[in-house]
Design a protein. Structure first.
Length: 664
């Protein structure tokens, strides 16, 4: 399907990889793993024909199409969201435009003229070509992908220029998924997705018909999808079967084996050198010493990859202990003109709590974090900080506030507490500033580098209440782990806005979910995995839905039906089956009706197309126009029925899932 053959790439005098070869087969799920700067994105660009290697080739079969989503930088405007996404169906859109032009031309010509007959022939041929693309299913497919990625139906007619950078990347991802290339290249696709969209994308990729190659620093996302891992380490690329966690386990075993082999070899070398040094000057043993020396020269030395980075540990400066209550919000409201982010919110955060904040993009998570920090005021209500609370806030726009004339090292020196000031270069290594990188001026740093520097600067200040807004977006796996371990050991309180499950799970013990459209945020006890499980269960029991106005209600119990004796259990199971049948029956009947209508319309359309294939069909111009008009109306009706079918199928699937999760 696709093969990489003896690829060599050098960057600034450093070899990223040499003679790299591997193949990509149909339905492969491959992860490029390794630290930032190892060449993962470069390789992806080479496969996508956006860069050239120093040596080697990428071979593709003629029928293979490669689709590539970069990390950032895609922006469009001038079309509605729906029409922009529709460009994914390039040939189809082109045919539709030609048909519209031909139809317009027919309206301007004399039906009795030879030109009209020619135009009508062209119109009929174009219409037949369009039918091969199943254009009727295009609209529901577009809507399903856009909604899955977090867009609302009300967004469909908005100009894409109105959407922010993160939403622009979702639009690009939607177009790429709909174009269905043979090989899908996704570089950090979850960076701009909320938890619901991540889970939707996970499921979509699992069922994708082509091959998928991923770069991601979200371990849970990779573990759910990946079947092969290419690990970029110290100028080498090694392949491991299995997902990312399996790769970590296997690479650890291999490193331990290599380390033992290295130690054994070093012992042999030391013994040989001792023998040589002892006997090289003695005539009787000189020949043996010389033989040992030749053996040492021929020996293939085992080399160990640098491991200094793995020993780096980030420790927060110890802050002063706060009071039991860190912060309280009472009847809090935040609104921008007519847009209400939240209202009547009551929340208390206590010392030592570590909270994850999740929710759809635009639901108010970043606004909430700014209000907690005091950076934004409340529209009404009260914000009270506790005794001796010191706040440190990492916002997504903090990178823009760095002094561009200072170096990386000078920037953190200005903020570092005394107890960590002597170890700043090692600490900067945690955030991927290594070697001479620490002497770079802020003005030449990329957006991701500035974000990492801003995070490092903030974390070096003593504070007993940390507020972190998307701290892992520009960190590789190793840096995430270092930060994660530091936060686990941190004695203060923290609120983290993130959707990175693997990063959050060992740290947080509570989840706050925000919703759009002024719905009261809710609190879930447990980590992010617990939150996802409870979200899957909550639709099965109405008490889990209830909230007290103005107060986030903790979800503390299982939403399943309580255990009881066997007789009562069977009775409850029977009730559930009956409830399921009652819920499914009207939806199934509606779906059957839609499918019946589609079949009838498809038959009508097919009959017209049979007539249109007759060479004599277009000789009767009036009948031809009437048939073409009828064909178009039927096609539009089929398209609408498919949209209804997709929505009804989703509703049926949702109800099935709800009842499948119920445990009697």
């Amino acid at each position: 399907m696709l093969s990489v053959d003896k690829l060599t790439v050098q960057f600034l005098g450093r070899t990223l990889y040499s003679d790299l070869s591997f193949t990509v087969n149909a339905k492969d799920r491959i992860c490029f793993a390794g630290p930032n700067g190892a060449g993962k994105s470069t390789l992806m660009k080479i496969i996508a024909d956006q860069m050239s290697p120093d040596t080697g080739t990428v071979n593709k079969a003629k029928y293979i199409e490669v689709g590539y989503l970069p990390q950032e930088g895609i922006r469009t405007d001038g079309r509605t969201l729906f029409n922009e996404t529709k460009t994914a169906f390039g040939d189809t859109v082109s045919l539709q435009e030609k048909i519209e032009a031909a139809s317009s031309q027919l309206g301007d010509l004399d039906p009795a003229s030879p030109e009209y007959a020619d135009a009508l022939d062209v119109y009929g041929e174009l219409q037949l070509q369009l039918d091969k693309f199943e254009v009727d299913k295009m609209k529901p497919r577009i809507e399903k992908v856009l909604v899955g990625l977090g867009f609302k139906h009300s967004d469909m007619e908005r100009d894409v220029g109105e959407f922010s950078g993160g939403w622009q990347m979702r639009i690009a991802l939607a177009k790429l998924l709909l174009s269905e290339p043979s090989v899908l290249l996704l570089d950090e696709p979850t960076n701009h997705l909320d938890i619901d969209s991540q889970l939707w994308l996970e499921n979509y990729i699992l069922h994708y018909s082509g091959a998928v190659i991923l770069i991601s620093h979200d371990r849970a996302f990779l573990d759910a999808i990946v079947k092969r891992t290419l690990a970029f380490e110290s100028g080498q690329v090694n392949e491991f079967p299995g997902n990312y966690s399996h790769y970590l386990e296997q690479s650890k075993i291999l490193r331990e084996q290599l380390h033992r082999a290295y130690e054994n070899q070093q012992r042999e070398i030391n013994k040989a050198e001792q023998f040589i040094n002892r006997f090289r000057a003695k005539a009787r043993r000189a020949s043996q010493a010389q033989s040992r020396l030749k053996q040492l020269d021929r020996m293939e030395r085992i080399e160990l990859a640098p491991s200094a980075d793995k020993a780096i540990k980030l420790r927060f400066p110890q802050p002063e202990r706060s009071g039991q209550v860190v912060i309280e919000l009472n009847d809090a409201k935040r609104a921008y003109d007519q847009h209400v982010v939240f209202d009547q919110l009551n929340l208390r955060i206590e010392r030592g709590e570590k909270i994850a904040v999740v929710g759809a993009n635009g639901a108010g998570k970043s606004t909430f974090s700014r209000i907690l920090s005091g950076a934004d005021p409340l529209s009404s209500g009260e914000r009270k900080t506790g005794y001796k609370v010191s706040v440190s806030h990492f916002a997504q726009d903090h990178a823009e506030k760095l002094n561009p004339t200072k170096t990386v090292l000078q920037t953190v020196e200005d903020s570092a507490a005394r107890e960590v000031s002597g170890n700043l270069r090692s600490l900067l290594g945690c955030f991927l500033f290594r070697g001479d990188d620490v002497f770079k001026q802020v003005s030449v740093l990329s957006g991701g580098e500035r974000s990492r520097l801003s995070l490092a600067k903030m974390l070096l200040k003593p504070a007993n209440f940390l507020i972190l807004d998307e701290p892992t977006n520009h960190l590789d796996m190793q840096s995430q782990q270092i930060l994660q371990e530091a936060l686990k050991a941190y004695q203060g309180s923290c609120v983290i806005v993130s959707h990175n499950r693997d990063f959050l799970d060992p740290i947080t013990d509570k989840v706050i979910e925000f919703y759009p459209e002024n719905k009261t945020p809710r609190v879930f006890l447990g980590n992010l995995t617990d939150f996802i499980e409870k979200k899957n269960q909550e639709a099965t029991s109405s008490p889990a839905h209830s909230t007290v106005k103005g107060k986030a209600r903790p979800i503390t119990g299982d939403a399943s039906i309580p255990s009881t004796n066997r007789k009562e259990q069977r009775k409850i199971e029977g009730q559930i089956r009956q409830q399921k049948a009652n819920a499914l029956k009207p939806i199934q009947e509606k779906l059957d009706g839609i499918e019946s209508n589609i079949a009838e319309l498809e038959e009508q359309k097919s009959q017209i197309e049979i007539k249109m294939r007759d060479p004599d069909f277009f000789k009767d111009k009036d009948k031809a126009i009437q048939a073409s008009t009828e064909h178009k109306e039927i096609s539009l009706s089929i398209e609408k029925h498919y949209s209804d079918w997709a929505a009804t199928s989703d509703e049926l699937e949702r109800i099935e899932t709800e009842f499948a999760d119920r445990k009697a």
